[in-house]
Design a protein around this ligand. Structure first.
Ligand code: ARG
Length: 462
């Protein structure tokens, strides 16, 4: 196939180089955005009198037909084309002849590709936001059912203080809300049009860049043509936002993996979301969560690819930048897969309340509350801390718990202890009384759910 730039060259490009250069295998997915951009461009060219109104209409008609033919499968991508932009333009020209050749007036593939990726990722952000929203709603549901399900809270993976399972779920809801905020923020900077930056130096034609931006539903035109074609911040920002979101999913996955082990047995995953072993008949493996943890590495890798690819590039366009697409597409594809599998897995898991409570009843997780009991009776906290430490050591030595320790043993340590110590250190009291703002009490969890649902509405109504 003769190249678009054949005029300047005396030889055909080596076929290996052609294949090496080609991006159609991975940029064909942007065909809708490429056509939308071209339609906006042709509309503006016609309105400005840069091409005739008739040619503009004919080009727009031709582009719409190409779109319909691609959607129906009547037209197939040519794997030998250099990229989606060249393919669609060549197809238009083969259909319209000279009129088709007018489309690329006052445009370059450099501003075209920058525009297409923005438009493509803008749509992806909407989908990802919807998925994250569904995930948060699922967490609110679970938290609502388990606002008073007591479980041990951990630091250093050592039992620390009692919390509720609902509280634990709502911690993830908060992380995911911030993920949505980051997506929204990325979207704002992404939705500015580079079209009309042309190759790098704008153009001598009287183009109207605000018009093309408005036609594409974008919030204005980028203010510097060099930046317009050189900028991939929006890819790096998105990859970063997705990496952080994946880190959240990965930490959650890690906890689920622990919770469904025999050592914890806090939850049981539905059979539909686990796999067996080919040799060990007893096995029920949490593959989904392990894969999410694994794919997190991959999305972080995509983020790193983008940062590293950009860091040494002089302005403006360099072919290195063609590498942006596989990285960012891999990140968006994978996070969508992960979240859409994660949601039903969470929604169908069984929470083993009794096991959680049993675990919370061991490990002296009410020791802080025992110290606080003394503090409320007037003792300074540090003294109360020391006395409680002594009680815990005594319990460990005598293989008993704070709940079972007789009052006379308490009294040996401090006269302040009375019969009411038992209710003060009961798990239910420990949790119910932790109603400070953002705390784990059932009351606080219900308030958190309400707040999250409200925030979710605000963030997703854009
Ligand atoms: N396929 C190219 C890319 O993805 C399109 C832009 C090419 N521009 C150029 N001057 N070679 O980045």
């Amino acid at each position: 196939m003769a190249m678009m730039w054949a005029g300047r060259f005396s030889k055909e490009v080596d076929s290996g180089v052609n294949a090496f250069n080609s991006s159609i295998a991975f940029d064909a997915r942007m065909y809708r955005q490429d056509i939308a951009g071209s339609i906006a461009h042709a509309t503006m060219l016609g309105e400005q009198g840069i091409i005739s109104a008739g040619d503009s209409l004919e080009i727009i008609g031709g582009l719409k037909e190409i779109l319909a033919d691609l959607e129906s499968g009547k037209l197939q991508f040519d794997p030998n084309a250099e990229d989606v932009h060249m393919f669609i333009e060549a197809e238009l020209t083969s259909r319209l002849g000279d009129v088709g050749k007018r489309l690329h007036t006052s445009r370059s593939r450099n501003d075209q590709v920058a525009l297409d990726i923005r438009l493509y990722l803008r749509d992806e952000i909407k989908e990802i936001r919807e998925l994250v929203k569904k995930l948060i709603e699922t967490l609110c549901d679970i938290a609502g059912k388990h606002a008073d399900t007591i479980m041990p809270g951990y630091t250093h993976l050592q039992r620390a203080q009692p919390i509720t399972f609902g509280h634990h779920m709502m911690a993830y809801a908060q992380m995911l809300l911030r993920d949505i905020e980051r997506l929204n923020d990325t979207e704002k900077r992404m939705n500015i049009s580079p079209l009309g930056s042309c190759a790098l130096a704008g153009t001598t034609y009287n183009i109207d860049r605000s018009r093309t931006a408005a036609l594409l539903g974008m919030d204005g035109a980028m203010a510097n043509s060099l930046d317009g074609v050189s900028d991939r911040d929006f890819c790096m920002e998105l990859a970063n936002a997705l990496s952080i979101c994946m880190v959240h999913l990965s930490r959650f996955s890690e906890e689920i993996i622990l919770w469904c082990s025999w050592e914890f047995k806090f939850i049981e995953l539905d059979d539909a979301y686990t796999t067996g072993s080919s040799i060990m008949p007893q096995k029920k493996n949490p593959d989904v969560t392990e894969l999410i943890r694994g794919k997190t590495a991959r999305v972080i890798g995509d983020n790193m690819t983008l940062l590293t690819m950009m860091k040494g590039l002089p302005l403006a366009y360099n072919k290195d930048m063609q590498e942006d697409k596989e990285a960012i597409f891999d990140a968006v594809d994978n996070i969508k897969l992960c979240i859409s599998t994660f949601i039903p897995m969470l929604a169908t898991m069984t929470v083993l309340k009794d096991n959680m409570r049993k675990a919370a009843a061991k490990g002296f997780i009410n020791a802080t509350d025992c110290a606080d009991y003394l503090v409320k009776k007037g003792m300074p906290f540090r003294t109360a801390y020391k006395i409680t430490g002594g009680l815990v050591a005594h319990c460990i030595e005598n293989n008993t718990t704070l709940e079972e320790l007789p009052l006379e043993d308490y009294k040996k340590q401090s006269e302040l202890f009375e019969e009411d110590v038992y209710s003060a250190i009961s798990l239910d009291t420990c949790v119910k009384e932790r109603k400070s703002y953002g705390g784990p009490s059932p009351e606080s969890v219900r308030a958190q759910i309400e707040l999250v649902q409200k925030k979710l509405k605000e963030l997703c109504n854009g």
